[in-house]
Design a protein around this ligand. Structure first.
Ligand SMILES: Nc1ncnc2c1ncn2[C@@H]1O[C@H](COP(=O)(O)OP(=O)(O)OP(=O)(O)O)[C@@H](O)[C@H]1O
Ligand SMILES: [Mg+2]
Length: 247
């Protein structure tokens, strides 16, 4: 497992110099007031490759920091390490997540314990593609899994099956990420997926800005502030936050 601090490399276990920030989004309870304890976890998983888990993990992490829900950490449990690579590019920029870690799914529970002990308030985990068996332990450790899908019927069906299976271990939310769709179709897809149980966390429209921003270690929240893409992310974090508070 690898941990890093803002701007400097750390060794495993040496993650303690975090200054917790306890600021609620205006008019809302602090994330730390939830029943589940002082650190919330959002794990993003998909049943199909390329659904957008990594893109959404980076954007949720930065938007949570912007909303005053930090300090945030990111944990990369997906093969390829794309989230950690983004985090390394992000270091030193505004609203960079405090810690980044990469570890296999089986080591996520330990990483979450370390993040909790270090005063992290929100940990965003990129699980990548998996099935009910490979993700069960990780879901139990996280307590909340956001299942990501495009609006294709086949992909949605697989996502719903994954969500149903993981609902034994964790609170389930669905995100429709419209890499190739937009508009009404996404809303219908989100309604259909959550109708079988689980929360409708939000939908994100197709925007080339996501890929452009991420290659530079950024997000659309700063590179395309005020865009529809940025608004989708703000709304998504607002909904995920509400789901976390509702338990
Ligand atoms: N809403 C979107 N609009 C446009 N492009 C998107 C959108 N979401 C993701 N992408 C792009 O689609 C590609 C796949 O996204 P991403 O890497 O986040 O998916 P992933 O689920 O992490 O994939 P993998 O299974 O390979 O880990 C990336 O190039 C990303 O920039
Ligand atoms: Mg990925």
């Amino acid at each position: 497992m690898r941990y890093f601090l803002d701007g400097e490399t750390s060794t495993e276990g040496n993650v303690s110099n975090v200054v917790p920030i306890r600021r609620a989004a205006a008019g809302q309870p602090a994330l730390t007031d939830r029943r589940g304890g002082p650190m919330a976890v959002v794990a993003l998983a998909a049943a199909a490759p390329g659904a957008g888990c990594t893109m959404l993990a980076t954007h949720v992490a930065v938007q949570a920091q912007l909303a005053g829900d930090g300090p945030v950490a990111v944990v990369d449990a997906a093969p390829g390490g794309a989230l950690l690579h983004w985090w390394e590019r992000r270091r030193g920029k505004l609203q960079a997540p405090r810690f980044g870690a990469a570890c296999p799914p089986g080591a996520v529970a330990g990483a979450l314990d370390d993040m909790r002990a270090a005063g992290i308030r929100l940990c965003v985990v990129d699980c990548g593609v998996g099935d009910a068996d490979s993700l069960a332990g990780l879901a139990a450790a996280a307590g909340m899994v956001a299942v990501v899908s495009d609006a294709h019927a086949a992909e949605m069906g697989e996502a719903m099956a994954l969500g149903r299976a993981l609902s034994r271990q964790a609170t389930i939310a669905y995100i429709v990420n419209g890499r190739s769709h937009s508009g009404e179709k996404l809303g219908n897809a989100l309604a259909a997926m959550s109708a079988g149980g689980g929360w409708a966390a939000g939908m994100v429209q197709h925007a080339d800005a996501f890929a452009v921003a991420m290659t530079a270690g950024r997000t659309v929240l700063e590179s395309h502030a005020g865009s529809d893409a940025a608004r989708d992310i703000v709304e998504l974090w607002g909904n995920l936050r509400g789901i976390l508070l509702a338990g």
